[in-house]
Design a protein. Structure first.
Length: 640
């Protein structure tokens, strides 16, 4: 999964599907019970069995079956009821009843405005009772079933209607069985229907509890298995839950196809099944994530041995669709009751341990401990704070000047994001950018930062003039998203300062073949917005790829500038980058200049004109920008 937000959305969709299947399975089970009551009870009137099955499910006080009379007319006759004292009562078939007789189900909270009730002479039931009306057939005649709840009770809902339609079919069979005196043919017909319903019930129950791709228990079923294991846990015995995540599974899908990815998941499921004990359970809970319930073991060393075996087996290559796929799986394990006393706690802590394993070494196993719990709690709190920060727009720009070291003047700024939390603490991007990316919040933060930078132009103009440019960063993922970049560019264009903004994109993003070069760059060019390659030299681009770049600026990464006066290799690399920039018509910016020796080398040994770094100024908020005049004057005096 590309982010935790996508994972949550996938889980919600899967849970809805599981809930729907479980509802269908429950309906099948209830229908089967009603049929069995119809077939095997000894009552003279088999319909009473259906009434009893209905009563336990729908909670009605009265059930009434009305059928068209043989004689011509608009009257309906009650041929069955619960209680039975309404049998033979007469009802007029007005417009409402005619709609039901023609196949329409209906629900009412009160029947006071239904004309059929006003014509009926009834003492034992009231028109104020909520009702459910269902069409049915009684032999060759049309009929309807009416279920009534006591006055003041809640009415029937959509689920009741869906299930009651199925019961209406059983009611029709009940009348046929009564009138045929349980003939062999009708009984066999009902038995066949029962068998089919039982088969359907089993199939639906299986689908509701198993993953369709691997046939493993799904998330809901695994939760039930874990909860049952906890309930049955004996004194001294231990239970463990393992959370397994395939390493680099997305690359398998991207490189080979989703069909190969699905086949790999099936092979993983088979291998996991083959390496657990008969008493254990393995399930697939989503995507490339699996759970294993170890139930029960007496010695933790037994668990360690099984986990090591699984870890080693998952490192063996898979032969999938004639392709040898080399993969691995990171596994985290939580123990009951030490690491949790319910399913949610065990799964959460096993997940935390899995991420620790993946961070330490892909394909390894980690066991949950208290330190992980503390870190996870801090991470969860940070996620919540970050979401609130985006909601409350707690992000602002700081500006670091870009200096023309030949003319000793400020020519522009790089706008950098800062998070100002509720207690006023200023947080650097290193504290939140990675997490914001995982949570899918980077686009929102980028929009807030851009808006703050645009609003800062009047203050910058007042101090440094209207020719000052501002650089704004976008991530590689954002740069490769035409949807995001289109909206971002539209905001820049709406500011009427698009020609004064420079968009900074990392080297890997700008040289990669993709939509940035073909779709985004032309739009930026038309607006007059320039493009800068940030952190140049840290990517893996070839000279042939760089030759196709249409950027305006190269920013040399700090790693090449640090102590450059003492590092001949860095000096050679810098000269090459400088020559490349001059050849391609791109200006050069040296990032991270922090010492006078570094500055003096750039002045005396290169033709680089623009630098940026703490020697001149740390990033400042716009209301502190006036300080730069004094800071800059002091640096100029020292250099001179």
């Amino acid at each position: 999964m590309e982010s935790s937000e996508e994972l949550r959305e996938t889980i919600v969709v899967m849970q809805r599907q599981i809930d729907r299947l479980r509802t269908e399975a429950a309906h099948a089970e209830k229908l089967t019970g009603a049929l069995e009551a119809l077939l095997y009870r000894d009552e003279v009137d088999p319909f009473s069995g259906v009434f009893k099955a209905l009563e336990s499910i729908f909670g009605f006080s009265h059930a009434i079956v009305l059928v068209e009379q043989d004689t011509e007319g608009d009257d309906l006759e009650c041929v069955a009821s619960q209680p039975a004292d309404l049998v033979n009562s007469k009802w007029r078939a007005g417009r409402f009843f005619q709609k039901v007789l023609n196949g329409r189900a209906a629900v009412t909270f009160t029947n006071e405005n239904v004309e059929e009730w006003s014509s009926a002479k009834l003492e034992r039931i009231s028109s104020s009772q909520p009702a459910l009306y269902l069409p049915m057939r009684v032999r060759d005649r049309r009929g309807l079933m009416m279920l009534l709840r006591p006055e003041g009770d809640a009415g029937f809902d959509r689920d009741h209607v869906v299930l009651a339609r199925k019961f209406a079919l059983l009611a029709s069979h009940a009348f046929a069985a009564r009138d045929a005196n349980q003939s062999v043919a009708e009984s066999q017909r009902l038995l066949t229907l029962t068998d089919r319903l039982q088969e359907s019930q089993k199939a639906l129950a299986h689908r509701a509890n198993h993953d369709q791709l691997t046939e493993l228990p799904n998330r809901t079923c695994m939760q039930e298995l874990v909860e049952a294991a906890i309930q049955n846990q004996r004194d001294g015995g231990m239970i463990a839950l393992a959370f397994i995540d395939l390493d680099n599974f997305k690359q398998v899908n991207d490189l080979y196809s989703h069909a190969v990815g699905d086949a790999l998941l099936k092979s993983v499921a088979d291998r996991l099944r083959a390496n657990i004990r008969k008493c254990d359970h393995v399930g697939r809970i989503s995507g490339d994530e699996f759970l294993i319930l170890f139930d029960i073991f007496d010695d933790v060393e037994d668990l360690h041995a099984i986990a090591r075996r699984i870890e080693e087996q998952m490192k063996r290559s898979f032969n999938v669709e004639g392709i040898e796929v080399i993969s691995s799986a990171s596994m985290g394990i939580a123990l009951y009751p030490e690491h949790g006393t319910d399913y949610d706690a065990l799964r959460r802590n096993a997940d935390i341990a899995m991420y620790r394993a993946k961070t330490a070494a892909k394909g390894s196993t980690a066991y949950f401990d208290d330190v992980m719990g503390t870190v996870a709690a801090a991470r969860l709190e940070l996620e919540q704070q970050l979401r609130l920060a985006v909601r409350d727009r707690q992000f602002r720009c700081v500006f670091q000047p870009k200096i023309d070291i030949r003319a000793m003047r400020i020519t522009g700024f790089e706008a950098l994001a800062r998070w100002i939390d509720r207690d006023g603490t200023v947080r650097n991007p290193s504290e939140f950018i990675d997490i914001a990316g995982e949570l899918g919040l980077l686009n929102d933060i980028a929009a807030i930062v851009l808006e703050d930078a645009i609003q800062s132009f009047p203050s910058l103009d007042k101090v440094f003039g209207s020719e000052t440019r501002v650089s704004i960063n976008v991530s590689a993922r954002q740069a490769s998203s035409p949807t995001f970049m289109s909206g971002f560019a539209a905001r820049i264009a709406a500011s009427n300062r698009s020609s004064r903004i420079i968009l900074e994109v990392t080297e890997d993003a700008i040289v990669a073949a993709g939509p940035f070069q073909s779709l985004v760059l032309p739009q930026l060019r038309q607006m007059g917005t320039k493009v800068s390659i940030d952190d140049f030299g840290t990517g893996y681009s070839s000279l042939s790829a760089l030759a196709d770049i249409t950027a305006d600026e190269i920013k040399v990464d700090r790693s090449f500038i640090m102590s450059i006066q003492d590092r001949p290799r860095s000096q050679s690399i810098l000269k090459t980058i400088e020559s490349l920039g001059n050849t391609l018509g791109m200006s050069i910016v040296a990032e991270g200049v922090e010492t006078e020796d570094e500055l003096n080398y750039l002045l005396s040994q290169t033709s680089i004109q623009t630098v940026q770094g703490y020697l001149f100024s740390k990033p400042l908020f716009v209301d502190e920008i006036y300080k730069l005049k004094d800071i800059f004057s002091d640096i100029c005096w020292k250099v001179a």
